[in-house]
Design a protein around this ligand. Structure first.
Ligand code: FMN
Length: 239
């Protein structure tokens, strides 16, 4: 777990911003927590804090503002949000002003549209349906990769293999093995091992669950077709 960075997110409306926060957290391998939890924590040990929420009446959630006030001058922050209106405007300014006043450097900002069914959007059953979507999440991940290249992990996958585990990084928590619907992974002697790679359907749940970034899955287009053919014969999940 990355102990240098933490993400604090208040996503009170539709969970739109939480989706972005989780995507960023997966890249950074850091914790994503609520303001309620953050208030009870000492945040001074984190070199960088991500602060995000939906935009509510042209600014971030007041709880995010309160957290921002507690950050120290030696800390850095990145800001993110989801908003309903077609144009973002200066929605980040109030939060940036607080951070700058505290001497906290703002290392980047990300925002995208989020599902909104307030006011006039009700006329057509909500605006920005399906947002943030996959493309927004990929853009959020890209934003993090660009700002924080030091946390980018590349797990080596040996030639001819599709799943790779970095043994030194694996903490043997077993979350990946527990979530794998195909029982491809197992924990032995406090390390995760691959037991049935041929059954892997490349769903990537293991990667999403791994807090350490110790697992990677790769494939070519041809291999994906091969996988589809193998699994086409299945009629239920394996026992
Ligand atoms: C009380 C309230 C006020 C809002 N005010 C704005 C606004 O000023 N500008 C805007 O673009 N969107 C506004 N929205 C839309 C939200 O920013 C948008 O739906 C966002 O994705 C919600 O994020 P969340 O699901 O993480 O809470 C508002 C929504 C609510 C519920």
């Amino acid at each position: 777990m990355n102990k240098e960075v933490i993400i604090i997110c208040q996503s009170m409306y539709h969970g739109n911003t939480k989706k972005i926060a989780d995507a960023m957290g997966r890249v950074l391998h850091c914790e994503v927590i609520s303001c309620e939890r953050a208030k009870k924590m000492d945040l001074s040990s984190y070199a960088c804090v991500g602060l995000g929420s939906g935009i509510y009446f042209t600014s971030h959630h007041p709880a995010i503002m309160e957290i921002a006030k507690t950050l120290q001058p030696q800390q850095a922050a990145f800001i993110f949000s989801t908003h309903g209106a077609p144009i973002q405007g200066k929605y980040h300014e109030p939060l940036k002003t607080i951070l700058k006043k505290n001497g906290v450097s703002v290392v980047g900002e990300y925002s995208c549209r989020g599902y909104d069914c307030t006011g006039p959007y009700n006329l057509y059953h909500g605006g920005n349906k399906g947002k943030p979507n996959e493309a927004d999440l990929r853009r959020a991940e890209k934003f993090i990769h660009k700002r924080f290249p030091q946390y980018k992990k590349t797990v080596h996958i040996p030639d001819g293999r599709h799943v790779g585990i970095e043994s030194e990084t694996c903490i043997g928590c077993g979350r990946c093995a527990a979530v794998c619907p195909m029982h491809v992974l197992r924990v032995e002697e406090e390390k995760c091992i691959i037991v049935k790679e041929e059954d892997c359907i490349h769903c990537k749940l293991c990667m999403e669950q791994c807090t350490e970034g110790a697992i990677a899955v790769k494939h070519t287009r041809r291999e994906l077709i091969r996988i589809a053919k193998i699994h086409a014969k299945r009629t239920s999940l394996p026992q």
